[in-house]
Structures are given as C-alpha cells and as structure tokens.
Design a protein around this ligand. Structure first.
Ligand code: PLP
Length: 394
C-alpha cells in the first residue's frame, strides 16, 4: 500500500452523505424511502438564478475569473452584508468560494497545527472536527445544550480558552440542532474575548437568513472590536437552494492584526481551485440582487414543516422535541426510548425506510438525539413520523 502522510488518516466524514447513499440504494431496490437525512433544501433553485447562469455562458463568460471572485459578485455580497447586518464590508475582504466548506478548510488549516487548540460546537457540523484533526491541532468541543434551546453559552466557551487556543468556531443558526444563539450571549462572548486578543474566530453564518418566530440572527460582523480577527463563512447553498452549484463566500480580516489573511486565502485559492466557475458567479449575483419571493415561499414552507415536526415528534412516547429557531433541522431527544441514537437511525432506515442521522454523528454530546432535516414535503414528513412512532411503539 502506498504510504500517505499521517494526517490523511485523520480525515473524518459527513455521515449524511453515507446515509444518502444507503437511502438511494434502498430506494433503487424498491423500498419506499423518505429522506429526512440530508441537509439540502428540496426546492429548485429559482428560475431567474438559473437563467442568469445560462445567459452568462451564452455571453461567453466561460473563462477564469479573479481568484477572489468577480468584483461584481463581491460587490453583491457586500450589498447583501450591509442589508443583513448593517455593516459595511469592503469587496477587498470578500472571497467567492466553491461552497461553504472551503472557507472552513481555509480558516482551520491557517490556524491548526500540533500544539494548537481549536474550539468547535458539539453537537455541530462534523467537518469542523474532521478538519481540526487533519491539521494535528487539538479539537476542543464546546457543549451545545438542549436546556439552553441549543444556543451556545458564552461562559462555557470562554472557560475553555487557554493560551494554546488559536481559533474559536461558532455556528448560529446551527446545524444539527436548529439552535439560534441570542444577541445577549454573543455580546457576552465578544466581551470575554477581549481577554484573548490572539484567538481568531470563525463564525459560520450559512443559515443567517433562516430563522423563525421573529428570532433574529446576530452576525459577528456587528462587533467592530473583533473585526480584525474574524472570518465569516456564508454562501448560497441553503438560502437560495443552490447546494450543487458550489457557491459560497467568506469575509476576511484585511487590516490590523488580521492584515495578510485575505492574501493568504487568495493564494490558497490560486493553488487549489483558481476561481469559482464563472457562470455560477453570475447566478450568485442574480440570487442576491433579484426578487426574493421564492426564498420567502421556501421559508414559509420550512416554517410549516418545522411546526409539524415538533408537534408530531412530541406526540411520540419517549421523544421530546425542542422547537428549532433556525435552519431546517429538528434535533429530538430520543433518550427516554431506550435506543442508542445511531442504532435507532440505522434501524429506522432499514426497517421503515425513513432516513435520519444519529446525533453522535455530530459529536459525542449528540448521543440521545437524532437529526431530522425537514427538507421534505409535509405529506412525507407526516408519513415518516407516523412510521417512526409505529416503530418505537414496537
Ligand atoms: N456550514 C454548516 C453549518 C452546514 O450545515 C453546511 C452544510 O450542510 C455547510 C457549512 C457547508 O455548506 P456547503 O454545502 O455550501 O459547502
């Protein structure tokens, strides 16, 4: 066997993709599978966005773009950032990336090395830990607790920081819990970070437009005091149903303590992917600047499904489901059913055809929970939860 460098043996995975493959195989074998596993909107990318990409190709936009992205695309992101956060950001700090994940990769490899510690949410998006381990840094889980409505706690986060901490990753609205961390808690965190001026922050805000019940998202960009050590991850995948387009953006520091970071990520892009494909960047501009009615309709549908999931899951004996405030996931507590979460997720798929993800796939604190993605029709959600209830009733 060829010998590869050891950090490749430490790369993890996203089990959601394995579940999707298994669900697809079962469906191909004739099973009636309902997928509540994968984290992608079940809506089509709005037509005007698709048309913008087609037009771009027809107009001859098929060559390289700057590695940082087309200036028009970066300006569109700056406009959207101003609308969403009230903060002015220079297009010279914005990177157009091939999805949300590459920003995660870039920030983590920039700060992770043996001896360094990186804090990340648990339960949380599995790629954070995987990439931290890849760099040889020590992954330090920050607990995300059901009793806090799955918001993270500033106090618990700050207590885990020490002189080896190089990067703090936060995510709100959150995958897999649907938790949204309130502004007061983020205020507290930012205040506490004053004592740790050398800790960089990666704020994953990919679900920033997906909140419910009047809940508002607080961007870390709203705190100028940490701007020179803040990387914000965002993108088109979720808000505009564009997961397969591989379109993301990030906002980097470009002055003060963070001078030089933007140039480093630009060079990483030059070395790894050159640029994001040109027609998709035109689609990205159309998504930001065009009508948002499809997004509003999608969010209204998610909101109805969210309520349905919570109501129906709570009606199952042994299950309790906190009302998610953001994203499109519910994270019901199945502890009282006596099942281990992963075993339950596997049995539900194999025996009832309902795909879910076991909580431990998002970290050790995910034991006792399963993740349901409500990116499926109300009818399918009802059928799926009926099957889950029937299965648990034995
Ligand atoms: N960040 C979080 C919290 C996510 O849930 C996801 C996708 O599920 C991503 C980032 C990655 O998004 P993308 O598909 O654009 O790489």
């Amino acid at each position: 066997m060829l010998r590869t460098v050891p950090h490749f043996d430490r790369i993890g995975e996203e089990n959601a993709f394995a579940v999707l493959a298994r669900a697809t195989a079962l469906a191909a074998g004739g099973m009636d599978v309902i997928n509540l596993g994968i984290g992608q909107p079940d809506f089509r990318t709005p037509d005007h966005i698709v048309e913008a990409a087609i037009k771009a190709l027809r107009d001859g936009h098929h060559g390289y773009t700057p590695a940082t992205g087309l200036i028009a695309c970066r300006e569109a992101v700056a406009r959207r950032t101003l609308t969403m956060t009230g903060m002015e950001v220079s297009p010279e700090t914005i990177m157009i990336m091939p999805g949300g994940k590459p920003t995660m990769y870039a920030a983590i490899v920039m700060f992770g090395e043996p001896g360094a510690e990186i804090l990340y949410p648990d339960p949380g998006f599995p790629i954070y830990r995987s990439m931290i381990e890849f760099t040889g840094a020590k992954p330090v889980p920050v607990p995300v607790r059901e009793e806090n409505g799955f918001a993270f706690s500033a106090e618990e986060t700050l207590a885990l920081i020490n002189e080896n901490t190089r990067l703090l990753i936060i995510n709100s609205p959150a995958n897999p819990t649907g938790g949204v961390t309130p502004k007061a808690e983020i205020d507290k965190l930012v205040k506490g970070l004053e004592a740790w001026p050398d800790v960089a922050i990666l704020s994953d805000e990919i679900y920033d437009a997906m909140t419910y019940d009047g809940e508002t998202h607080t961007s870390l960009l709203a705190y100028p005091e940490i701007r020179d050590r803040l990387v914000v991850l965002n993108g088109w995948s979720k808000t505009w149903a564009m997961t397969g387009w591989r379109m993301g953006w990030s906002i980097w520091p470009n002055s003060g303590k963070g001078a030089g970071l933007y140039d480093k990520v630009r060079k990483l892009a030059v070395n790894c992917w050159s640029c994001v494909n040109a027609p998709s960047q035109f689609a990205g501009i159309a998504a930001i600047d065009g009508p948002q009615d499809d997004v509003d309709r999608m969010m209204a549908a998610f909101d109805r499904r969210r309520k349905l999931v919570v109501e129906r899951m709570n009606a199952i004996e042994g299950v309790s489901c906190t009302t998610p405030k953001g994203a499109f996931y519910a994270f019901p507590n199945i502890g009282a059913t006596g099942w281990q979460a992963r075993k339950l997720a596997t049995s539900l798929l194999d025996e009832t055809g309902v795909a879910t993800i076991g909580g431990p796939d998002f970290g050790i604190l995910g034991e006792g929970f399963i993740r349901l993605s409500y990116a499926n029709s109300e009818e399918n959600i009802e059928r799926a939860i009926e099957r889950i209830g029937g299965f648990l009733a034995g």
